[in-house]
Ligand binder design. Structure first.
Ligand code: UDX
Length: 418
């Protein structure tokens, strides 16, 4: 918003985060974001505070961007941060203000918030404006989105948001105006489709493996059909992160509450296919090591849930690393950016910053997050700590010929064994 020319105040309840941001640093890894942050702080358009009263007092538009994680022990979303921030904001709203939800919420939440605010702040409007950015591409996806969706109950909210996004509308970004429930559903429908696409190709990978076929060629071949498209067809260890897994689960839970459980029964299968890739990868690792992890040196390449991110929330890579560690393996984990976050979640694993050092004693290497630098590894130049060395490429991105030529056994998910 500051980059678009607005005066912006960011509010968070965590003073440490506010201090880091105010000093021009980003408390997580996101390419391009530090530059945007510094530029806008320097220009005087952007600052940060823990004081919601001070921030809200001068603002015309309030974006709610808090997290909606999965509830502990349940599939549903935990909305405490959404309702907490609305409650904190309510007493400070000026007449005519607009509250815009960006958080991913169960359908029906925007109406609840609007009804609540109507009691204490009757002149305030609510809109729902779901966020579609991908981690790793956050800046580009925000400034050049595929589309903007706003759910509104009245023209004034639409007019204000047309003003907010005027530069993007001038660039031709599609702008869809809907009611509240449609806008809320667009977000979870989009993420469910993406998750389904990944689990579809992973299901095909399971069949390929059983039949001796190659999933990478199959995916390329079906992807040329423009109705299918070649994006999001990378078979492998499956999806993780702070969005796709918890969003499909929360969507199923909400559909159940609405009496539409059957409509989303397929998402349970999508979730299970996804989780099965993790178990399958552990089983391939076990088979490569002759049936036991005990005292075996295993190196895991990648801890983040995907490359270009330091996010380890529901990371498939870390889940596999932890499973092998728990089964007795000596697991060493490398990642270019996510080691500090990984160490907070699984403090008992061994983390090594230098990739060559991480690989030095490996009997088995698992390629679990496809950072580009892992493609540049020269398997021939790696020290031979064991007589027989094994590679499992759970992201289907390394070159089988290169690794086999250097004396490694190469296994991938959904590809022929030799
Ligand atoms: C996702 C949505 O893409 C984004 O629109 C939404 O706003 C938030 O959730 P993100 O969580 O950043 O974004 O990650 P994404 O790039 O979608 O990848 C999700 C997971 O799927 C990753 O773990 C990735 O490794 C995996 N993936 C992706 C595959 O396994 N295969 C693919 O072909 C693509």
């Amino acid at each position: 918003m500051a980059e678009l020319g607005f005066e912006v105040i960011g509010v968070d309840i965590d003073p440490a985060k506010v201090e880091i941001l105010q000093s021009g640093r980003v408390p997580f890894y996101e390419p391009g974001l530090p530059e945007v942050l510094a530029r806008n702080i320097d220009a005087g358009r952007l600052r940060f505070t823990t004081s919601i009263s001070e921030a809200a007092a001068t603002a015309d538009i309030h974006f709610i961007c808090v997290g909606t994680p999965q509830q502990a022990g349940a599939n549903a979303a935990d909305l405490s941060q959404v309702f907490g921030s609305v409650q904190a904001l309510a007493p400070h709203l000026r007449a005519g203000a607009l509250v815009v939800g960006k958080s991913t919420v169960p359908v029906g939440t925007a109406a609840l918030i609007a009804d609540q605010l109507a009691i204490t702040a009757p002149d305030v409007e609510v809109a729902w404006n779901p966020e579609f950015l991908r981690e790793g591409f956050a800046v580009a996806d925000t400034l050049h989105p595929d589309r903007l969706v706003i759910g509104v109950r009245g023209n004034r909210a639409e007019d204000l948001l047309r003003q907010v996004y005027a530069p993007l509308l001038a660039d031709g970004v599609p702008f869809l105006v809907t009611d509240f429930p449609t806008a809320e559903l667009v977000k979870v429908a989009a993420n469910s489709f993406l998750a389904t696409k990944i689990s579809f190709i992973n299901a095909m990978a399971e069949v390929c493996e059983a039949a001796g076929a190659d999933i990478t060629q199959l995916a390329e071949a079906i992807g040329y059909d423009p109705r299918i498209g070649n994006r999001f067809l990378a078979a492998g260890l499956g999806f993780g992160g702070g969005c796709l897994p918890k969003d499909i689960r929360a969507f199923m839970a909400r559909a159940g509450e609405l009496g539409a459980e059957e409509a989303l029964a397929f998402l349970r299968e999508v979730d299970q296919i996804n989780l099965r890739q993790r178990t399958h990868t552990v089983n391939l690792a076990l088979a490569a090591l002759g049936g036991s992890f005990a005292a075996k040196n295993v190196t895991v390449l990648g801890a983040a849930f995907k490359p270009d991110s330091d996010d380890v929330r529901d990371s498939p890579a870390l889940a596999v690393a932890a499973a092998i560690h728990n089964a007795g393996g000596n697991v060493v984990v490398h990642d270019p950016k996510a080691l500090a976050n990984a160490a907070r979640v699984y403090p008992t694993l061994t983390y090594v910053e230098d990739v060559n050092e991480a690989l030095a004693n490996a009997e088995l290497v698992l390629h679990l997050t496809e950072w580009p630098e892992y493609r540049d590894l020269d398997p021939g130049a790696l020290p031979a700590a064991a007589k027989q060395r094994h590679l499992i490429d759970a992201r289907n991105r390394l070159d089988p010929q290169l690794w086999r030529a250097a004396g490694w056994t190469y296994r991938a998910l959904g590809r022929p064994t030799a």
